[in-house]
Design a protein around this ligand. Structure first.
Ligand code: NAP
Length: 349
């Protein structure tokens, strides 16, 4: 017997679900004990239901777990959701109403008034807005995978200098479209200049994340973001080219220093999944690159480079973050570590 908290993953067979299985294999605080997915997988052993595409083998303890239905009769009261958005909204509500803590990667509940949208290094104080449902559970959300890299890069700039406007062009990896995702005929030798719903998420989610939690509500940050999103032939790692207009005149060195010195509650608490440095700035003009840097900080750090003056805005730079680690499973696990360390999971076994 150990005293780890038992967790379940909904959507455990998908792109993000597999990353949860991989990251939870040796977690010091959480033990993955239940996996759930769609009817086509239910009743099969996990190893038979999944088309495993992670580099490490399926953890021995998980291989033979029988895939459960996504119904709120699971033993684990802490549930990570990697469900497709077409079904996530309803299923997550059912779980929360039945007393489960659901931490979700899906878009459905991100703007609900009683649901915090959290990046632990950006707005850990927003956890205070968790309102337990009548059954004692709650929903907490992880932002969109491109939003996470962007919001982490913007947070220290916004706090120190004030942001007036942001323009961002993304180059997003194939794994961001789930498994099996886009057909090879569509993506090889190609760039697809459209990802459904993505631009809207990137233009709105950072404003909630950078907003202030006052009088039990979030006052959204007050600046405009314009986003253009592209799918590119990279397996993992979203790259974003960003232009920003600031409220204050500052030098490039001042911005780089705020990134380099950025350290927050998860670092102070030494949470198991927290990168030592959430932001890593590269001076080399060819960096960051997805092939070289997506796993930096075990995939939990955001790599930034090429900060330079912009002739239209004030500055421009490039961000890279791992979409299924920092942008999904790893980010969600970090939220749950923060919740545990802050007492939100007391009483959950
Ligand atoms: P995915 O590969 O398509 O996986 C979807 C999962 O949902 C599978 O396990 C699937 O189970 C399950 N599912 C589908 N329909 C279901 C139903 N009717 N009932 C129960 N389970 C059902 O998608 P993904 O890329 O992992 O994304 C999962 C979620 O995370 C999405 O909401 C996505 O927007 C979000 N997200 C993804 C990324 C990323 O980089 N991929 C990053 C951030 C957030 P079966 O295998 O049995 O069909």
């Amino acid at each position: 017997m150990n005293n780890k908290i038992s967790v379940a993953v909904l959507g455990a067979t998908g792109s993000v679900g597999q990353k949860f299985v991989e990251l939870l294999a040796d977690h010091p605080w959480f033990e993955l004990t239940e996996v759930a997915a769609s009817d086509k997988s239910v009743g099969k052993k996990y190893s038979e239901a999944v088309n495993w595409v992670m580099l490490s083998p399926i953890p021995e303890k998980i291989k033979d777990l029988v895939v459960r239905k996504c119904e709120p009769d699971l033993k684990s009261k802490l549930v990570f959701s990697a469900l497709d958005a077409s079904v996530a909204g309803e299923i997550e509500t059912e779980f929360a109403n039945k007393g489960y803590y659901v931490i979700s990667n899906a878009r459905n509940h991100r703007f609900d008034d009683d649901v915090p949208l959290i990046i632990p290094e950006v707005n850990s104080d927003h956890l205070e807005m968790i309102k337990k449902r009548s059954g004692g559970g709650a929903i907490i959300t992880n932002p969109n995978c491109s939003t996470i890299g962007l919001a982490l890069a913007l947070k220290p700039i916004h706090d120190n200098f004030g942001i007036e406007a942001v323009n961002v062009v993304t180059m997003q990896a194939i794994s961001g479209a789930g498994y099996p995702g886009i057909s090879s005929m569509d993506i090889i030798d190609n760039v697809i200049p459209f990802i459904s719903g993505e631009e809207e998420k990137i233009e709105t989610e950072p404003l909630k994340l950078l907003g202030k939690h006052e009088n039990s509500k979030i006052n959204f940050a007050n600046f405009k973001i314009s986003a253009q999103c592209n799918r590119v032939a990279v397996i993992d790692g979203h790259t974003e080219c960003v232009q920003i207009k600031l409220k204050k005149k500052v030098s490039a060195d001042e911005i780089i220093d705020t990134w380099k010195n950025y350290s927050t509650l998860p670092q102070k608490l030494n949470l198991p999944s927290a990168p030592e440095h959430p932001i890593i700035y590269f001076c080399e003009e060819k960096y960051p690159q997805p092939k070289l840097h997506r796993n930096i900080g075990k995939g939990m750090a955001v790599a930034i480079g090429r900060l330079r003056e912009c002739s239209l805005f004030d500055y421009k730079f490039v961000i890279l973050s791992h979409n299924t680690i920092r942008g999904a499973a790893g980010g969600t696990i970090l939220i749950s570590e923060l919740m545990k360390s802050q007492g939100y999971l007391d009483g959950i076994l």
